[in-house]
Design a protein around this ligand. Sequence first.
Ligand code: PDD
Length: 285
Amino acid sequence: MDSIAYVNGSFVPLSEAKVSVLDRGFLFADGIYEVAAVLDGKLIDNASHLARLARSVGEISLALPESLARIEEIQKELVTRNNLVSGLVYLEVTRGADTGRDFAFPKGVKPTLILFTSAKDIVNAPSAKTGIGVITVPDIRWTRRDIKSVALLAQVLAKQAAAEAGAGEAWMIEDGKVTEGGSSSAFILTQDDVLVTRQNGSEILPGCTRKAVVALAEERQLRVEERAFTIEEALAAKEAFITSASSFVQAVVSIDGKKIANGKPGAMTDRLREIYVDFARKTAV
Ligand code: PDD
């Protein structure tokens, strides 16, 4: 059955949800997106996603066509209309459709706002039990990766290469260090139980799940170091995992076909996944 999407003020069947060919999201990737998870029909860590949305649009001087409060209402209404119990709400805002293709910002054009949902059983994903392999690829993205821009071609190519290699994610490498996954943040747990994930900055997207996991780990007295790490360090680690709205905490068990530890999800990763899911349920709106 066709689900319901939101397009510029209207709720419409997804198959009828359309924007103009002149939309700047389509022509220039001149837009920002967010992906929030849904569990038990409620939004997970949404305040964090909306705060990042506000920051991202601010960084590209794009004014949101609706308030953050209204956007959350729309997210909730879509979840309800689609009877979504577990899955994702996708949101995209672009600089709208002008009358032609001019690079500079158009004047008097209303931004485009679209949302749709997809069902996904994130908690019971089989990969959470088995772990995933990752491959490494050069990070060929632009230098403002802190902005959640819809310009995702580098990630599309990275994740396609991962899919072709039978891997679940691609870790992108710059100057010999891991930046992040194609659509996730990267973590390792060292042999002396230090959780390591790259510090925020323009080299990576500030992951909402990453932020929550770091805080939850620190609350439990786990040592966290926010710094870049190499693949050699990751291969010598006790455990590795990725975080994202679409996977929560997902064990990584190999890199480029080489096993990490015994090639099985680690105990700390499993524990952090449980802790995160618990936090997610308790703070859902
Ligand atoms: N991706 N890094 C990148 C490059 C990402 O695209 C994402 C999220 C993350 C994790 O961020 P968060 O924990 O806030 O989801 C890190 C989303 C899920 C996507 O593109 O589908």
